[in-house]
Design a protein around this ligand. Structure first.
Ligand SMILES: *[C@@H]1O[C@H](CO)[C@@H](O)[C@H](O)[C@H]1NC(C)=O
Ligand SMILES: *[C@@H]1O[C@H](CO)[C@@H](O)[C@H](O)[C@H]1NC(C)=O
Ligand SMILES: *[C@@H]1O[C@H](CO)[C@@H](O)[C@H](O)[C@H]1NC(C)=O
Ligand SMILES: *[C@@H]1O[C@H](CO)[C@@H](O)[C@H](O)[C@H]1NC(C)=O
Ligand SMILES: *[C@@H]1O[C@H](CO)[C@@H](O)[C@H](O)[C@H]1NC(C)=O
Length: 950
């Protein structure tokens, strides 16, 4: 799945838009869903495991026994796109699964949940023997807790004999996007329903009874019965259409050819009234893009259709295996909440991930498309053809797709140089998460990923981004050519089968040996330390002695590490490094402490480790080397590679937060930024300085901070003015496009005069002639800045746009509303937010408001005054979001701390899920107080000296 986690921060704008669009759709339908949920309440799987439950019977276990192996499924579905008399959208279906008995048993467990069965001779299923008679059924029932249909037999199944199990069932096409579901959109004023599927990870069992584990691969024959004005699609190519009449309705029965052998989670089918475009006939693989007829007519699918063929061709070459199916469909699902899903042959995408907007020149939209298509197509081999045996190794599947998709994107759009900055940025980002004491190893233990809930939990950014990062590291120390070689033989050996990571390490080792590459340890031993224990090392290099040490890097001093690691939190670390700008031979740190005399430097030498962030660690140096790095940055920063300039800023701020270097050291590193024009270092600086701005904006120290930062950002602002010919052209380089976004955001936030003037002018043009020429990537910041600088007229304009537009822009508009500096507008907005009919996604509004210096105190008052309605209005998570993420983020005084305590007292009886919410909020405020106490003077003095001497 490309579920948005892997989308890097730069694209976050687009994914935020997507997420918000989804939120709007979902919340608009929330009443409907709530009704459906309450109706289904009895059958919904409970996520909380009763703690004292001790499994006794086979059906008490979440994993299937090894008694049965499925061979093929014949499934027929008939989705009803119109509601029945009870206003329900149903589907009916039947399934014949052929399986072989591999170990004697008198019990069949098959996954099923949320389905109603037709009783056949009093049982939920019918069993037939293919090599002789089958035992008769004794008892059948549904075991909701473990999501099984249980079939008890009168006698045993014979080893090596095959049987057929037939079931007939009905389910609901609900709006919850799991199993077989429906999605709704409006075209030409008509509401249309499409039926589609999402099986990963454990939802196939919601569509039909199946052995729903990734290792139980089988062949699927799918048949769909659907209205005559609709199209049916599935993984395979259509093998036939027949007109039929059922209960007086004229319908079509579409059958699809057998799939290749594959896992249940990759099955997909869709019934829709869509248009499509396709590649020219005569190619070996047919590629189509499907979307609403309107979207197709407007050409929104053209870009995806242009890029998918070269990306697919790139992977065929990269993996050295032809794409095994006849076709690859890419289909847009309105309001799809999963980003995209790699169903083999029928990939589903949320609309912004497949369709490009109206402006040909907006390549930020294209980037999302290229990234998503690359990610999903990469899975066709890694994941689909060769599948991990169990979900605990999901990281290898998703990490690999994320790693390789950067190569695919780079191939599709070489001039964007995506691979040069996507990967490093994601690495720095995921390090923040992996540094938490609550992180987890890439591979968790198999028994820790049993329940659907535990499995769902693994789809996080550690899995996607750290997974990609350690594979990128691997590719650097074995070389990309060797990685590719090992990968190719691995895929060949295990195609249509399942693996564990050990299998991949074995093939890589073979490739390493063959290429004669010398590694200090076998591939598997090196990788196990990165995969089986959480976190990563902080490498400290003392350039006076050449002493090198490693230590588990944790982002909090209070973090008590009580999760033991069999490797004792020690890693085998490949360290690339340069001395005075020249790359030195790679050095492996294999112990906790070592000495590399080459790293002992003379008094004018400087050293930078982890060139281009090829390894996954943070680095600290002795004070002298830091000083020499700072003077290098100020004299000729280009001598330090671009990615390392970003890394140096990021490491310094992180180490300063932990007290390992002075905060002034981190700030002094930023002093060279008036000469920096590249995106990566500015992106990291922006990320860290944001905290300073947020926490200091209402204090006396903000004046000097603002003056200092203005001095740094003004030259960049002027650089971009020239680069864009006075803001009339887009920058040519892709990374400059991102940097333009950063500079406008920072400059306007710091109230650089020309910036506000610029955004206000753009905004006025839009207000006056109603065509909006502001680039998508700049909209968010431009709107925000114009609203902040403006008054009620600007605010009302955005509000009217927001009311009128349920479009992809809604996120930007919504964000802009929270930027006003007028107290009465802020209060009016907060009041609007209380009213569910007026504003969807209230918690987003409140979180954004907390970054508004004028809005923040009003927000806090509002939360204290209105907590009753806030709780009533919605569920517990609002409280959590509002209190922890929003209201408390920049609270930092003793007085505010006491107010929070008092609110906790008042709210005591209303808290829904444990009391953690307040404890966390109090901790945040306490941490803020400490931060201020610790750094206020140091930072203040430094800022004063820095701004007054210039
Ligand atoms: C499943 O469908 C295929 C194709 O229609 C057919 O050849 C096969 O016999 C069917 N298998 C069963 C068990 O019904
Ligand atoms: C499954 O359902 C379809 C449609 O109702 C029907 O045509 C078919 O005969 C059923 N299959 C079996 C084996 O009963
Ligand atoms: C399943 O059965 C229950 C109980 O009879 C009923 O309320 C529900 O609507 C049924 N669901 C479907 C999809 O038929
Ligand atoms: C099915 O019916 C439609 C119209 O109802 C007709 O156009 C089409 O040719 C028919 N298809 C077959 C295979 O009979
Ligand atoms: C198909 O046609 C029927 C009857 O004309 C109409 O009610 C329905 O909305 C159409 N369905 C789709 C998906 O266009």
């Amino acid at each position: 799945m490309g579920n948005g986690f892997h989308v890097r921060k730069g694209v976050a704008l687009a994914s935020l838009v997507a997420a918000l669009a989804a939120i709007v759709v979902i919340i608009a339908l929330s009443v409907r869903i709530a009704q459906e949920k309450s109706r289904n309440a009895g059958t919904l799987p409970s996520t909380a495991e009763p703690t004292a439950f001790i499994p006794k019977e086979p059906w008490d276990h979440y994993r299937l026994p090894d008694t049965i192996t499925p061979i093929s499924y014949n499934v027929t579905f008939w989705p009803r796109l119109e509601p029945d008399d009870n206003d329900l959208y149903l589907f009916t279906g039947n399934c014949t699964v052929v399986f072989k008995c591999t170990r004697e048993t008198d019990l069949i467990l098959i996954h099923s949940i949320e389905l109603n069965f037709t009783l056949l001779d009093g049982f939920h299923a019918r069993l037939t023997g293919l090599n002789g008679p089958a035992p008769s059924l004794k008892k059948t029932w549904l075991e909701d807790r473990t999501e099984y249909l249980v079939v008890q037999l009168d006698g045993p199944l014979q080893v090596n004999s095959s049987y057929e199990l037939f079931t007939e069932f009905a389910g609901e096409l609900s709006l919850i996007q799991q199993g077989f579901y429906r999605s709704v959109y409006t075209e030409d004023g008509v509401e249309k329903v499409i039926a589609a599927t999402q099986m990963q990870p454990t939802h196939a069992r919601k569509a039909f009874p199946c052995f729903d584990e990734p290792a139980l691969k089988a062949v699927f024959h799918v048949t769909l019965i659907h209205p005559q004005n609709t199209t049916a699609l599935s993984n395979s190519i259509t093998s036939g259409h027949v007109n039929i009449t059922v209960d007086g309705q004229d319908l079509i029965r579409t059958s699809f050819g057998p799939t290749v052998i594959m896992s249940t989670y990759l099955l997909a089918f869709v019934v829709c009234d869509y248009g499509h475009i396709r590649t020219e006939p005569g190619r070996s693989v047919l590629i189509r893009v499907w979307a609403s007829k309107t979207a197709i007519d407007k050409g929104k699918g053209n870009y995806a259709l242009e890029k998918a063929p070269p990306i697919l061709a790139f992977y065929e070459k990269y993996y050295n295996i032809s794409y095994p199916l006849e076709k690859s469909d890419q289909i847009a699902i309105p309001g799809f909440g999963h980003g995209a899903m790699e169903n083999w042959g029928l990939i589903t995408y949320t609309e912004p991930a497949l369709l490009q907007g109206l402006h040909e020149s907006f390549y930020e939209e294209k980037e999302v498309v290229v990234a998503m298509v690359s990610h999903e197509l990469a899975h066709m081999w890694f994941g689909n053809l060769v599948t991990l045996r169990w979900w605990n190794d999901l990281w290898l599947n998703e990490g690999f797709a994320s790693y390789v998709s950067n190569l695919g994107s780079d191939h599709a759009e070489p001039t964007w140089e995506l691979n040069d900055f996507i990967a490093p940025e994601e690495i720095l980002h995921v390090m923040d998460e992996d540094a938490s004491c609550f992180s987890h190893p890439l591979s968790v233990k198999e028994e820790e990923a049993r329940t659907p809930h535990e499995i769902e939990f693994l789809f996080d950014s550690i899995t996607y981004k750290k997974g990609a990062a350690v594979l990128r590291m691997l590719s650097h120390f074995v070389t990309e050519a060797v990685l590719t070689k090992g990968l190719q033989t691995y895929l060949k050996e295990f195609q249509y089968k399942n693996t564990v990571p050990k299998d991949l390490w074995k093939h890589l080792q073979m490739a390493v040996d063959e290429a004669g590459i010398s590694l200090p340890r076998p591939v598997e031993e090196i990788m196990n330390r990165w995969v089986l224990q959480m976190g990563f090392p902080l490498i400290t290099i003392d350039t006076r002695t050449g002493n090198v040490t490693q230590k588990h890097y944790l982002s909090s001093l209070e973090c008590v590490m009580d999760t033991p690691s069999e490797f004792n939190y020690s890693w085998f670390v490949p360290i690339t490094w340069m001395k005075n700008g020249k790359e030195e031979p790679k050095y492996w740190l294999l112990t906790k402490e070592d000495t590399n005399t080459d790293m002992a430097l003379g008094s004018s030498d400087w050293l930078v480790a982890n060139i281009n962030l090829t390894s996954f660690f943070r680095v600290n140096y002795d004070a002298e080397n830091w000083e020499r790095i700072i003077s290098k940055l100020n004299s000729r920063h280009q001598d330090i590679p671009l990615i390392n300039r970003a890394q140096i800023i990021d490491d310094a701020f992180n180490l300063a937060d932990l007290g390992m270097v002075n905060m002034t050291l981190a700030l002094r590193i930023t002093s060279y930024l008036d000469k920096e024009v590249e995106y990566m270092p500015w992106g990291r600086a922006d990320f860290h300085l944001k905290n300073f701005i947020d926490i200091l904006h209402s204090r006396g120290i903000y004046g000097p901070l603002q003056a200092y930062l203005r001095n740094k950002v003004t030259p960049l602002f002027q650089h971009f003015r020239e680069l864009t010919l006075n803001w009339t052209k887009s920058p040519a380089r892709h990374s400059d496009m991102y940097n333009q976004m950063t500079v406008i955001k920072l400059a306007c936030k710091l109230e650089v005069n020309d910036c506000t003037q610029l955004t206000t002018t753009w905004f006025r043009e839009w207000m006056n002639n109603s065509t909006n020429k502001i680039r998508p990537s700049l909209k968010k910041e431009v709107y925000c800045s114009a609203v902040a600088a403006g008054g009620v007229e600007e605010w009302d304009f955005i509000w009217s746009m927001y009311k009128k537009n349920i479009t992809s822009e809604v996120g930007d508009l919504f964000y802009a509303l929270s930027c006003t500096r007028q107290p009465w507008l802020i209060n009016r907005y907060l009041q609007h937010c209380l009213d569910q009919d007026k504003v969807y996604g209230i918690h987003h509004a409140l979180i954004w408001m907390s970054h508004n210096p004028v809005g923040q105190p009003l927000l806090w008052d509002f939360v204290r005054a209105n907590w009753r309605s806030l709780i009533e209005n919605d569920r517990c998570y609002f409280l959590k979001d509002i209190l922890i993420s929003a209201a408390t983020d920049s609270l930092s005084t003793e007085f505010q701390y006491k107010q929070l305590l008092q609110l906790k007292e008042e709210l005591k009886e209303h808290l829904c899920s444990g009391d953690e919410t307040f404890e966390e909020a109090l901790k945040t405020v306490e941490a803020n107080m400490k931060w201020i106490e610790r750094y206020k003077k140091e930072v203040h003095d430094w800022l004063i000296s820095e701004t007054s001497e210039k």
